[in-house]
Design a protein around this ligand. Structure first.
Ligand SMILES: *Cc1c(COP(=O)(O)O)cnc(C)c1O
Length: 458
């Protein structure tokens, strides 16, 4: 008999989590104005709000914390990080930053000017924010396959090269200085970009003489999908695949809170000395001196170690199989989810799960509230509340998809927790006919409203 799959680690330290009663949760969510961001973490049993900074560090990472060098300049921790980035990602130059959006802020201070156009597969919200803040335009050139949740396509994160060409045809090409490829493509559901597509983007960029920047938060998960889905890569190691991926990039921004498995941190890496020199000035202004850039020495050590562990196949297999396990349990229960199952999260199609809630009553938010009431599980709405209002007309924007994202923190929960989540979703699904009313906004901020919005049940 074939041995079943199991985790590639054992547990050494645990943190208690608390169950609660439905009555308690009714009161807590009401006091939180039906906004799950307002809940205290101890009011949550299984927290799937994000996989960012919520992973469990290894014993080697904790050991590295003790070895941190907190020197202001030239700390050994900086050199550990530099060596890891050179060995694993291949870049000669890098700048530490406190997290991913800070890396974007520093790099775009050099690269983005008012009136510029930055095309990519799908820009992450902070990436788009930093582009639009500079009065430039971010254009998503996502392949059409990504918009069909039921369609099984192995690389739904890919850039559509024809759409890229269209951006050149319809705009002043001198305003386009670089492309951003986000791997995995967070916005389209943690979907990977193929090596073939990265190669095509590089070729196209060379023809147009523009740079390629890889938004790298989940680069290792992307490499896992290349290994398991793309022809010719099945026998390559994750580190070999990662090394090839970055030969197609001029620079990268990184949120280390994802695939480097640390609680805080980020960086920019690049090939060009001139770009490094220009970005250095902004790094000193916004983040800190060049050899720490907003990070403690101990955190740089843990990050360097995390980059190494995060690019090991056994770790990635455990991680991605857990997300897949949850997705498959939901599919067995007939729950409509986005397919194929992504690398870091499962996305539930709320319009199909709660068909009686009209879009004006925010079906995804309603589902996220119901799931919390059912079992104390905190997911996040990716729907009209997040999509916010049109900046000009101030009308609500209603995206095609109303999703609830269940993001799985790395090395944090067991498959027993996945079973609890799956059954909780099923229980909500079973009583969907009783859920006839959604929510209404009673107070919202002028931008980024989803974090602070106050709601009322209808
Ligand atoms: C998380 C993330 C960012 C921003 O990083 P932070 O560390 O949260 O600031 C940028 N791009 C992608 C794809 C991300 O997932």
């Amino acid at each position: 008999m074939e041995l079943p799959f199991s985790e590639s680690y054992r547990i050494k330290m645990v943190a208690p989590i608390k169950k609660s009663t439905r009555q308690e949760r009714e009161a807590w969510i009401k006091a939180a104005n039906y906004n799950l961001f307002n809940l205290k973490s101890d009011q949550v049993f299984i927290d799937l709000l994000t996989d960012s900074g919520t992973g469990a560090m290894s014993e080697q990472q904790w050991a590295e914390l003790m070895l941190g060098d907190e020197s202001y300049a030239g700390a050994s921790s900086y050199y550990k990080m530099k060596t890891a980035i050179k060995n694993i990602l291949g870049f000669d130059y890098f700048l530490p930053t406190h997290q991913g959006r800070a890396a974007e802020n520093v790099l775009f201070s050099v690269l983005v000017e008012a009136g510029d156009i930055v095309p990519g597969n799908s820009h992450f919200d902070t990436t788009k924010g930093h582009i639009e803040f500079r009065k430039a335009k971010a254009i998503d050139c996502t392949i059409d396959e990504a918009f069909h949740t039921e369609l099984e396509y192995p690389f739904k994160g890919n850039v559509d090269i024809k759409k890229l060409q269209k951006v050149f045809d319809e705009n002043d090409a001198s305003k386009i200085k670089f492309f951003i490829v986000t791997i995995t493509n967070n916005t389209s559901g943690g979907q990977p970009v193929s090596m073939e597509n990265l190669r095509a983007v590089r070729k196209f960029a060379d023809e147009k003489e523009v740079m390629v920047v890889i938004d790298s938060a989940r680069f290792a998960e992307n490499a896992y999908f290349i290994k398991t889905r793309e022809k010719g890569y099945e026998n390559k190691s994750i580190k070999e695949i990662v090394a090839e991926m970055y030969t197609y990039a001029d620079a990268m921004t990184m949120s280390s809170k994802k695939d480097a498995i640390v609680n805080m941190g980020g960086f920019i890496a690049m090939r060009d000395k001139e770009l490094f020199d220009k970005a250095s000035t902004f790094n000193i202004m916004f983040e800190g001196y060049l050899t720490y850039g907003g990070m403690s020495g101990r955190d740089m050590n843990a990050l360097a170690q995390g980059l190494d562990e995060g690019t090991e196949f056994d770790y990635l297999e455990t991680r991605i199989k857990q997300v897949e396990y949850l997705g498959n349990r939901l599919i067995e229960f007939g729950i409509p989810i986005q397919k194929p199952i992504g690398g870091h999260a499962v996305f539930i199609d709320a319009k199909r799960m709660l068909p009686s809630i009209p879009k004006e009553e925010f079906p995804a938010q309603t589902l996220a509230i119901e799931l919390y009431l059912e079992a104390g599980i905190r997911g996040v709405e990716i729907g009209a509340i997040l999509a916010d209002r049109d900046p000009v007309t101030r009308e609500n924007r209603y995206p095609d998809l109303e999703l609830v994202r269940l993001a799985i923190p790395r090395r944090t929960y067991t498959n027993n927790h996945m079973d609890v989540i799956a059954v909780a979703v099923k229980n909500v699904f079973d009583r969907k006919d009783q859920i006839k009313k959604g929510v209404k906004i009673i107070k919202e901020a002028p931008i980024m409203r989803h974090f602070t919005v106050a709601l009322e049940r209808l």
